[in-house]
Design a protein. Structure first.
Length: 478
């Protein structure tokens, strides 16, 4: 076992080289993962620590393995519909309009298994159906070489499409042995590479990472040490063209100095834009410095994780445990009464296509948390991804029964009915979600959709209902 004093050294070393910030509640998980690598290395804790400090090929290879272990990459296509609406309706059209040389450069930093850069490519393709005479370059980078390899293959399971319109999947993917393969033209628009956001130099005028029109870096900084966030934001600003945009996750740059970036509000959403005469009014707070001064020229992993906390931990207490139940393990190191950790493990299994294991974890949790809607909601998503529409709908209904005020199951049940062309049932469920959204503050983040505000989701519900109304009118005419 890693002793406590050395554990702190490992955490500081990882923070220095990758930017990743492990809080007190994450220490047990961090310790277990480091201990796993020490065991495989067959040396002492100090031997392994010295290996990580070295600048040798062996050290570089170990950093790649450790980075993959410490960053769980979960993503899906068109994650955060509000932000993609902003990109499709405002940011990308503005960039396209002012590009006289017909050249567009986009960087998805911390892209995980590639769903985000491919989503960006699909949006660009819809805005520019004919790409003749256009130079489109979309670059996806991540710290984790394993997910970069996966992204390059362009093959995905149902789980990656849980927020994707059916028409987009039909248009840009083809079925292949139970999975979906990205269209070759979309695939050709994107290139992938490993990049360490903290250590790697950029802008890199001799490479690809320079003169970017748009940088998308979402759900990365929430795992970073604040000092590392400031360093990377400054490098991003230098890498953007004049007038270029930086899109991050909601609230990820709170109290950070924005260097030469200025915030713009468009449709109640914020995006940062670079300008030569722009100054930031946001002050830089005092930040605890990183004490280890390491020069890791050989370290190859890049700071970028797309691990998503999809369930809002504030939505339910993890302490709803009935007395008298024995703690029967559902997975290594995780007990079924530990709601948040079990659901996170179920999401990881589903992200890897292990739907049976993910569903089993959810069912084990349900036996302990009979009154929580969260495992039912996740089990519904898993069932839908696995092609079991009937079970998915039953689980969404159970989640609604347990907590009628939860918006997500109403909306997702409505979208399932919509895909089945059961328009009356779809309208009923979507209207239920809309009524709940109407009374919420516009900027409030929605439970189970932690990256989406009430206003964004209300607009999405309105779009769905408008589409249903058009179908009804078309049906009446025929």
């Amino acid at each position: 076992m890693v002793v406590m004093t050395l554990l702190r050294d490992f955490m500081e070393l990882v923070a220095t080289r990758t930017g990743l910030n492990f809080r007190d509640r994450d220490q047990a998980v961090f310790r277990n993962k480091v201990q796993e690598r020490i065991t495989r290395y067959r040396g002492s804790e100090w031997d392994y620590y010295e290996l990580l400090q070295d600048e040798t090929p062996e050290s570089a290879r170990e950093w790649c393995v450790l980075a993959a272990l410490l960053t769980t990459g979960e993503s899906y296509f068109f994650r955060d519909k509000g932000q993609f609406a902003l990109l499709k309706n405002h940011i990308l059209p503005e960039l396209i309009k002012r590009k006289r040389q017909r050249r567009l450069r986009i960087w998805s930093a911390g892209c995980s298994s590639g769903e985000e850069p491919y989503s960006l490519a699909m949006v660009v393709k819809e805005l520019l159906p004919v790409l003749d005479n256009w130079q489109i370059q979309i670059i996806g980078t991540d710290i984790n070489s394993k997910v970069i390899d996966q992204a390059g293959k362009g093959i995905y399971t149902e789980w990656s499409f849980r927020q994707t319109e059916q028409r987009l999947r039909d248009k840009f993917f083809s079925k292949r042995e139970g999975c979906w393969e990205i269209d070759p033209d979309i695939k050709a628009m994107v290139t992938y590479r490993c990049c360490n956001l903290v250590l790697d130099p950029f802008p890199d005028l001799s490479g690809e990472l320079n003169n970017m029109d748009l940088i998308v870096c979402r759900n990365v900084f929430i795992y970073f040490h604040p000092e590392a966030v400031g360093q990377v934001v400054t490098k991003f600003a230098d890498t953007l063209t004049e007038g270029g945009f930086l899109l991050t996750g909601h609230g990820e740059l709170h109290l950070q100095a924005l260097y030469r970036l200025k915030s713009r509000m468009i449709d109640e959403q914020m995006i940062l834009q670079k300008g030569t005469d722009l100054t930031s009014a946001v002050s830089l707070p005092a930040v605890t410095p990183l004490h280890h001064q390491v020069v890791p020229a050989s370290a190859r992993p890049s700071a970028g994780t797309k691990k998503e906390q999809r369930l809002n931990p504030a939505a339910v207490s993890a302490k709803r445990l009935f007395a008298g139940h024995a703690a029967k393990p559902v997975a290594a190191g995780v007990l079924p009464h530990d709601l948040d950790r079990c659901l996170e493990q179920a999401r990881r299994c589903a992200d890897q296509g292990k739907y049976h294991d993910a569903a089993r974890i959810c069912r084990d949790v349900i036996r302990y948390h009979t009154l929580s809607p969260l495992p039912y909601f996740l089990l519904a998503q898993i069932s839908e991804a696995n092609g079991d529409a009937w079970s998915a709908k039953q689980c969404f209904k159970k989640a609604i029964y347990l907590d009628p005020s939860l918006i997500a199951p109403h909306l997702e049940l409505g979208e399932m009915y919509l895909s089945e062309k059961k328009y009356e049932l779809a309208a009923k469920s979507i209207r239920s979600a809309r009524e709940l959204l109407k009374v919420m503050p516009p900027g409030k983040f929605i439970a189970l959709y932690s990256e989406t505000t009430a206003l964004e989701l209300l607009r999405h519900a309105d779009d769905l209902l408008d589409g249903l109304n058009k179908k009804e009118k078309t049906s009446d005419r025929t």
